[in-house]
Design a protein around this ligand. Sequence first.
Ligand SMILES: [Zn+2]
Length: 498
Amino acid sequence: MASNRILVKGGKVVNDDFSEVADVYIEDGLIKEIGPNLQLDNLTNLRIIHAAGKLVIPGGIDTHTHMQLPFMGTHAIDDFYSGTKAAVAGGTTMIIDFAIPRKGSSLIEAYNTWRGWADPKVCCDYSLHVAVTWWSDKVKEEMGILARDKGVNSFKMFMAYKDLYMVHDIELYQAFTCCKNIGAIAQVHAENGDLIAEGAKKMLSLGITGPEGHELCRPEEVEAEATQRAITIANSVNCPLFVVHVMSKSAAKVIANARREGKVVFGEPIAAGLGTDGTNYWHKEWSHAAAHVMGPPLRPDPSTPKYLMNLLANDDLSVTGTDNCTFSTCQKALGKDDFTKIPNGVNGVEDRMSVVWEKGVHSGIMDENRYVAVTSSIAARIFNMYPQKGRIAKGSDADIVIWDPEATRTISAKTHHQAVNFNIFEGMVCHGVPLVTIAGGRVVYENGVLHAVPGHGKYIPRKPFSDYVYRRILQRDEVCQPVPVERKPYTGEVIKIM
Ligand SMILES: [Zn+2]
């Protein structure tokens, strides 16, 4: 397994633009050569993996995880070890997690804290978004330092979680302005936090204390309204925007319409929203219903997942994450008498690649190239690590999955590699199975057996001003500024104001 030279022979190499049958030669963590029937002079210490009839795809990039996040009195049970171990077992070779400072505390300290948690544990490469949960000159200065020196080119603002993470419109305006100046992409959790707080009180007053109250207090329009507001504010300062976890048809429509109007906005549906729905909140068994609690909630309209998948296939939505933030039943039970106390979060990091293949490709909604686009390439472009990540090409990192599109597996908490005791996709039969996962040039998963090593993954710094996001933005700054109308001065009478 420790061989640093690998030849993947005869597979169909799938990138986001085309597919071809080719061999892929890997050495010291990088792809060194691609081509049909590669002939290598030196065969010593070379591992050959036969991939005929299989697909060879870039390892998945999960744009949205929360490993070991301290939240709602407890912390997410999957840490950076179990979480990334599960990721590679499912064909994901990179995650982007969130460093989240408390209101009033330093962004750089949060970044350092998360690095300290992740670095010794990660089994695959990772990077960090940083959250902006309050505003001051110090926050602004730290955003600049993070972008310039720490490889952070994405900052997330919460429009919900009142009193904990939520910021108001003027703070969004300031944060978006700062993102624009430093070449970062602004991310938002788009829900109206004031309406949620009032809605929650109302549900409790009606005697609704179970998980269904979680959806009822924050219906679709609460998400759609905040999505529209964030787009409006970002557009007013010509800042690119990335809407995390798009959960509803109406929020997705807002994003699709904005893209048609030429706004630079990207939407991220997640595995949960593409693979299951909010009818689970009405499940008779409390623990089942509570296991699905996340914010924004899954939507009870059962046609939502297919709708989101269609938009993803047609580039109205751009990438897939998971918002993986797992709590076991005994943790969820903190809210057994009050849905507002149920820790928010679901699994997904292990199953995203299979769920998107099953619901997207096997169903005929998207092809294998679009699949690669939405599971890795576009994320790599937006967050500025392309083609190091998200592409099988000479010189790219050797993050590769040998994928069997015909094989099936049944998802279950009994067999998954995550620490959490529940799986929201329980019983789902998925076509599309990772046979071998190569992360950083090493085989870390093979035919059901993990060889993942904690600390093997690296932190991936990301430079600001990603071309994919910023070329249009900067050009607009050049040519789209309003200009005053040239006029002769008005010389007539002006009334006197007393
Ligand atoms: Zn999240």
